[in-house]
Design a protein around this ligand. Structure first.
Ligand code: ADP
Ligand code: MG
Length: 247
């Protein structure tokens, strides 16, 4: 799917420093509705900081982020209202250990009063079907495999009906045999037209599922291309070197 629909997120000259150490050095890009954007790059290059900046989990040092045409870096806006539309999936799952799988999925929409308990319960059942784990509704996260935990984390993020899903290395903490089941759910999600930004080391996913691949290095986007071009005809010398190591 290469929809190039409306712009959903606009990043303008995004800068982030930690104690004077520049991590993001003026990133500008756009994410369009329906796009699946893979973000790759060496460890420490700023990928997580970039992703976390998109929902202001990291506050930019400078620059702007427009989400659905609203400048969410404007201190006057209610960031929580916008965050509700941005689903996030982390490497370490971050499920609530003392709540069942179904309670994990229902928690945000019910607590934020976006759904009645009944609606949230029905939505959770649908999502459990979708990620292939309807029999785990009453299990606690500790009883699940890593792959199952991540599928639940995806379901939990989807329970808020987000407009975009951000994934930060969702398969990096998994045993190799569980990577495929999580990537499969993400691929199905991509095929529903969900807008996705995925930081990943899974080059197969980037190549086959993404519409665009970004190479981040030195706090900036060094290459931005469709997968075919990105992998077969990389232009940036550091990307060439990176690909020679990971492919
Ligand atoms: P990546 O996800 O590409 O591995 P990160 O965005 O996590 O990279 O980190 C980029 C750089 O920013 C690293 O040097 C890291 O140490 C630094 N960094 C990230 N978060 C913080 C923080 N909260 N405080 C200080 N330094 C940070
Ligand atoms: Mg990271």
């Amino acid at each position: 799917m290469n929809t190039k629909g409306e712009v959903l997120i606009q990043v303008q000259n995004l800068q982030k420093s930690f104690d004077g150490h520049v991590v993001l050095d003026g990133i500008s890009t756009e994410i369009h509705k329906g796009e699946v954007v893979a973000v790759i790059g060496p460890s420490g290059s700023g990928k997580s900081t970039f992703l976390r900046s998109l929902n202001l989990m990291e506050e930019p040092t400078d620059g702007k982020i427009l989400f659905e045409n609203v400048d969410i870096t404007d201190p006057k806006i209610d960031i929580n209202r916008h965050r509700q539309k941005i689903g996030m999936v982390f490497q370490q799952f971050n499920l609530f250990p003392h709540k069942t799988v179904k309670e994990n999925i229902m928690l945000a929409p019910v607590t934020l009063k976006l759904m009645s308990r009944e609606e949230a319960s029905q939505k959770a059942d649908e999502l459990l079907e979708r990620v292939g784990l309807p029999d785990k509704a009453n299990a606690y996260p500790g009883r699940l495999s890593g792959g199952q935990k991540q599928r639940i984390a995806i379901a939990r993020a989807l329970a808020m009906n987000p407009d975009v899903m951000l994934f930060d290395e969702p398969t990096s903490a998994l045993d190799p045999e569980m990577v495929g089941e999580v990537l499969e759910i993400m691929k199905e999600l991509a095929h529903t037209g969900m807008t996705m930004v995925v930081v990943t080391h899974e080059m197969g996913f980037a190549r086959e599922v993404a519409n665009r691949v970004l190479f981040v290095d030195g706090g900036n986007i060094q290459e931005d291309a469709e997968p075919q071009e990105f992998f077969s005809n990389p232009k940036n010398p550091r990307l060439k070197e990176f690909l020679s190591k990971v492919l």
